[in-house]
Design a protein around this ligand. Structure first.
Ligand SMILES: [Zn+2]
Length: 340
C-alpha cells in the first residue's frame, strides 16, 4: 500500500500568485444531509460541496480534497482529443482564485473538462495530486512546469493518506484510504483499438474513498467510517462488476456518478458515447447498491447529451428515487463519519 502524509497546517494557497485565500468555502445555497446516516445537520462532521462538472470538495477533519478541478465559465472551450472539443454551458460555483486551502487533488483522468488549461497553468506545482498512471506521466513531464507531487494509482491499488493531527481519539487518528477503481471511457471493440492508437480519450480511474480512523502505531489497522465511490468518466462495462465483488459486505454509503452521456466528436455529429447516460447510470446504481447516489458531470458541456431530467425519470421508473440526492452547483451534502 502506498502512503501519503498530509499536514493541513503546512498547506499553502492552491494557486500561484495568490497571497490571500478565504479560510473556508462560501455558504452553500442548499444543504442536504445523508438521510439514514445523520439525523440532523448538527450530527454531521463531513461534507461534499459541488462546484460543477465533476469538481467537488470533500471536507473532513480539517482536510480538504478537491476532485477533477474544472473552473472554466460558460462559453469557454475545452479540447477533448484530435478534432474533438466542447463548449462549457455553466459557471462553476466558485472561481479558481477563490479556493480555500486544498490539501490534495483527486484527478480521475487527464481530460480538459476535468483539468482545464487554466487550472493546469495556475495550480502550485507542489500540490499533491493522486491520479492515473497516464495522467501521472503527463503531469510530470512538463519540464520546468512539471508537477512535483503526483501519485499514480492503478485499478485496485490503494494509498493511505495519513492526516497529521494531534487529535487522537481512543488511540486512533483520522486517516483516508483511496483506491483506484476500474473505468472505461471508450466502449470495448474496434473503437477502443483505434482510440489506443490515436490516444484521443485518456484512460480513467474511478475512486473508492474510505474515511475512517487508524491506529497511531500499527500502519495497517484501519476502521472505515464512511465509504464513497466515485465512478469517474466510465461507461457501464463488465470491469465494474469487480467492485461489488471486492467490497462484498462493505457498505458503500455514497456514490458520485459521472453522467452526461458525453458524445463525441460533438452534438452535430453524435457518433460515440463515452460517459454513462441515464439508463447506464441506473444500471450502475443497481450494481453498486450504495445507500445514496449523487449525480455529477451532467450538464456542463454541450457534448453532454443526456440531461439530468432523463436520469430522474429513469430513477423513478426503477423505483430508486429514495436513493438519489440531487445537488445543483453551490449545494452541499453533509454526513457523519462513524467512529466506533
Ligand atoms: Zn468528462
Amino acid at each position: 500500500m502506498k502512503h501519503l502524509q498530509i499536514d493541513p497546517s503546512a498547506s499553502r494557497p492552491p494557486t500561484k500568485h495568490v497571497s490571500t485565500i478565504p479560510s473556508a468555502l462560501p455558504p452553500a445555497t442548499t444543504t442536504q444531509t445523508h438521510p439514514s446516516n445523520a439525523l440532523s445537520e448538527e450530527h454531521t462532521d463531513a461534507k461534499l460541496f459541488f462546484i460543477g462538472t465533476a469538481t467537488t470538495i470533500l471536507e473532513w477533519q480539517g482536510l480538504r480534497i478537491l476532485t477533477d478541478p474544472n473552473f472554466l465559465h460558460a462559453g469557454d472551450h475545452v479540447h477533448l482529443g484530435p478534432g474533438v472539443s466542447g463548449t462549457r454551458q455553466t459557471n462553476p460555483a466558485i472561481d479558481l482564485d477563490q479556493l480555500p486551502r486544498i490539501d490534495a487533488i483527486l484527478l480521475s483522468h487527464y481530460h480538459e473538462d476535468h483539468f482545464d488549461a487554466e487550472v493546469e497553468a495556475k495550480l502550485t506545482r507542489d500540490i499533491p495530486i493522486i491520479t492515473t498512471p497516464h495522467a501521472h506521466s503527463c503531469l510530470t513531464s512538463k519540464g520546468e512546469e512539471s508537477f512535483t507531487a503526483v501519485h499514480a494509482l492503478d485499478f485496485f491499488e490503494t494509498m493511505k493518506v495519513d492526516v497529521k493531527t494531534n487529535k487522537i481519539i481512543g488511540g486512533q487518528k483520522p486517516c483516508i484510504k483511496i483506491s483506484g477503481m476500474p473505468g472505461k471511457h471508450v466502449p470495448p471493440g474496434p473503437l477502443a483499438v483505434a482510440n489506443d492508437l490515436l490516444k484521443a480519450v485518456p484512460p480513467t480511474n474511478g475512486w473508492m474513498i474510505e474515511l475512517g480512523y487508524g491506529s497511531t502505531g500499527d500502519d495497517e489497522q484501519f476502521d472505515n467510517g464512511y465509504r464513497i465511490y466515485i465512478s469517474g468518466d466510465t461507461l457501464m462495462v463488465d470491469e465494474l462488476k469487480e467492485i461489488p465483488r471486492r467490497y462484498r459486505d462493505k457498505q458503500i454509503a455514497l456514490m458520485l456518478i459521472h453522467l452526461g452521456g458525453t458524445t463525441i466528436p460533438g452534438p452535430n455529429m453524435p457518433l460515440l458515447m463515452v460517459t454513462m447516460d441515464a439508463k447506464q447510470g441506473v444500471e450502475l446504481m443497481q450494481l453498486i447498491k450504495s445507500d445514496v447516489t449523487i449525480p455529477i458531470h451532467y450538464d456542463d458541456y454541450d457534448v453532454f447529451l443526456s440531461p439530468l431530467a432523463d436520469f430522474k425519470k429513469a430513477v423513478e421508473e426503477a423505483g430508486l428515487s429514495n436513493k438519489v440526492v440531487y445537488l445543483d452547483r453551490k449545494d452541499e451534502f453533509k454526513f457523519k463519519v462513524r467512529h466506533f
